[in-house]
Design a protein around this ligand. Structure first.
Ligand code: ATP
Ligand code: MG
Length: 347
């Protein structure tokens, strides 16, 4: 089992260090870690945010644990040299087409949510967002109309096979959770969504234990706030998923706790906290490493098939939080290493 560790910029190295300590404490037989540079630090050392050496390491590993990229020093670089290009490049080069974001309110943290505590406490859902299609990658342009007005246009499209592979990711995830899948589209208006919905119904036949429902995206946005407890797995396209996954994050409320996975067809996946490099607190030992530790748990589950070990990490995190250990993002006073220590003790 080979894991690439790309810590990146800002608080990336600090939070990644704690996640690595947790992985090492599990004593997984045959586990080897390989470090590589990404982001601003990679630009400074190698002249590129995603150097060939780093890509090479990624390709030779089963999974990537990723910290964060972003560096104020790089703000004036040409777009292709900016730190953020590292993550976009990895997604493209490794065919990472499925983004998974679990949103769950841990016991004792109901107050961090933007929702009422009794509503927030019921949130335990997973958003599965397609990453490689939709309006992001369709033809687009700005044209000048005969009367001189500028008109922008973006083509939204999904082919059946693109929907099918994300559908399988969603259904497999549902099998490992509450066995409910809600497919979100806008089939009353969009042809893209009609294809999307038909394929979801077709793929559902392979997973008879999973209960499939459909929801229009506008209703889904409302239901996420009104009654998020009704959702288990939510599968949706790139654009709707972009919006709904941020919305779901804030329903939980704590940026330092939220993990994510980006998966490919095979074992390879990239796992990272949803927060960025947080330059304002970098190097101070203040960052909450929980999101990265939980990303490491997702790595064990999705890329290495180590469900029991993943659950062990998640239980240790839940216990740590239940015991009142809080980072600054949650109004607490525990620093990065202290939180890491607390999780390790409970592991
Ligand atoms: P980037 O450009 O890399 O996305 P950013 O400036 O958008 O960086 P974020 O990382 O998204 O910053 O963070 C937004 C705010 O949340 C910052 O004030 C940051 O300090 C805080 N924050 C982010 N992650 C954490 C964390 N793990 N622990 C504590 N605070 C955090
Ligand atoms: Mg940001």
């Amino acid at each position: 089992m080979k894991i690439a560790v790309f810590a990146g910029d800002g608080i990336g190295p600090e939070v990644t260090r704690e996640a690595v300590r947790v992985l090492e404490a599990l004593d997984l037989p045959g586990l080897v870690l390989f470090e590589g540079d990404v982001g601003g630090i990679a630009y400074k050392r190698h002249g590129h945010p995603l150097p060939a050496e780093t890509l090479e390491i990624a390709r030779s590993c089963d999974a990537i644990l990723f910290g964060a990229v972003g560096d104020p020093d790089c703000d004036n670089l040409e777009r292709h040299l900016r730190p953020e290009q590292a993550i976009l490049g990895l997604r493209k080069e490794l065919g990472l087409f499925a983004n998974l974001r679990p949103a769950k309110v841990f016991a004792g943290l109901e107050d961090a949510s933007a929702l009422r505590p009794e509503v927030a406490s019921k949130i335990d859902l997973l958003i599965v967002r397609e990453l490689n299609g939709d309006v992001y990658f369709g033809e687009k342009g700005i044209r000048i109309l005969p009367d001189g007005r500028r008109q922008g246009w973006d083509m939204m499209s999904y082919a059946e096979d693109e929907v099918r592979r994300i559908a399988h990711v969603g259904f497999r995830a549902a099998m490992g959770r509450g066995k409910k899948l809600c497919s979100v589209d806008k089939a009353n208006v969009l042809e893209t969504s009609q294809v999307w919905r038909d394929v979801m119904i077709e793929v559902a036949k392979d997973y008879p234990e999973v209960e499939l429902s459909h929801m229009y995206v506008d209703n889904a946005a409302m239901q996420l706030v009104r009654n998020p407890g009704q959702f288990d797995v939510v599968v949706t396209g790139n654009l709707f998923g972009d919006i709904l996954s941020d919305q779901a994050s804030m329903c939980v409320g704590s940026i330092g706790l939220l993990a994510s996975a980006s998966l490919s067809d095979g074992k390879m996946g990239l796992y990272e906290p949803i927060h960025g490099s947080a330059p304002d607190i970098a190097g101070k030992g203040l960052a909450n490493p929980m999101a990265t530790i939980l990303s490491a748990a997702m790595l064990l589950r999705h890329s290495l098939g180590l469900e029991a070990q993943a659950a062990r990490i998640e239980a240790a995190v839940a216990k740590t939080l239940a015991d009142g250990i809080r980072g600054g993002d949650l109004g607490g006073s525990h620093g990065t290493a202290a939180i890491g220590d607390a999780v390790l003790e409970r592991l």
